[in-house]
Design a protein around this ligand. Sequence first.
Ligand SMILES: CC(C)(COP(=O)(O)OP(=O)(O)OC[C@H]1O[C@@H](n2cnc3c(N)ncnc32)[C@H](O)[C@@H]1OP(=O)(O)O)[C@@H](O)C(=O)NCCC(=O)NCCS
Length: 252
Amino acid sequence: MTFRLPSTQAPVAPPVASAPSQTASMEPISALHRLVTSVAPERAAVGIASESVESDLVYAEELAFVEKAVPARRREFVGGRAAARHALAQLGCPRSPILVGEGREPCWPRGYVGSISHCEKLCCAVTANVADWMGVGIDVEVTGGVSPELYSILFSQEELEHISKLPNISGVHWPTIGFSAKESFYKCYFPLIRERIDFLDAVLHIEANSAQSSGSFQVYTRNGLTRLDPELRSTGRWAAGIELSVTAYSVQ
Ligand SMILES: CC(C)(COP(=O)(O)OP(=O)(O)OC[C@H]1O[C@@H](n2cnc3c(N)ncnc32)[C@H](O)[C@@H]1OP(=O)(O)O)[C@@H](O)C(=O)NCCC(=O)NCCS
């Protein structure tokens, strides 16, 4: 594809294959896309790094951030950028580098917000117009990837009790959903408040209906850590399927 760049530096082909993973190509892209779209907020765009964006070019300014990284890290970084540009294009945003902020957050083009996530199975991104959402966070995890040794680091005693009372649903692993929910909450809020939030400072409540492998969740912080107006409308959604757990949190 030919395009004109606003940047002074031309994009270069990635030094490593930008295919996100073998599994992403093993699962139909439509299934991955459907899963991520099911949690994305209204009017947001979803991008999945797939074979169709494998040849996506990466910018030299972006590659500088992963120059010294191992190949797997460079692959996921490039895959995330490809997914992000795919999502931005759907909103009519011209191509440009997506640099990395001081908190490791992606720096979105003016007028847009978004979030990137990758796991060994896929790279995905959600983007939105700032007119629609002040912030969005996306997180994808392999279902069951959160092991019991981590529970006390990630969840308070009350949260563990809450999780233990949630219904058994085939394909749903509540600790994975809970971990992912806190991650997407963090990715949504960090660019807005520029404060680190510890896992135990974030309080999680998951809504579940035993007939469904998707639902909503809410997160609030102890001690009013989030310096945003508490009246802001926030939405948390989770979904599980094809051995993945996906959550998105958005605020407007
Ligand atoms: C930053 C963090 C959330 C990333 O999550 P992860 O599950 O390890 O990895 P993911 O693949 O899902 O996401 C990584 C992407 O998140 C994005 N990201 C990283 N730091 C971010 C930040 N401070 N704010 C928003 N997005 C961020 C980046 O796009 C990154 O991909 P990239 O480096 O290739 O661009 C996690 O590593 C972390 O530091 N967590 C500690 C804080 C936290 O989660 N608290 C939860 C309590 S609310």
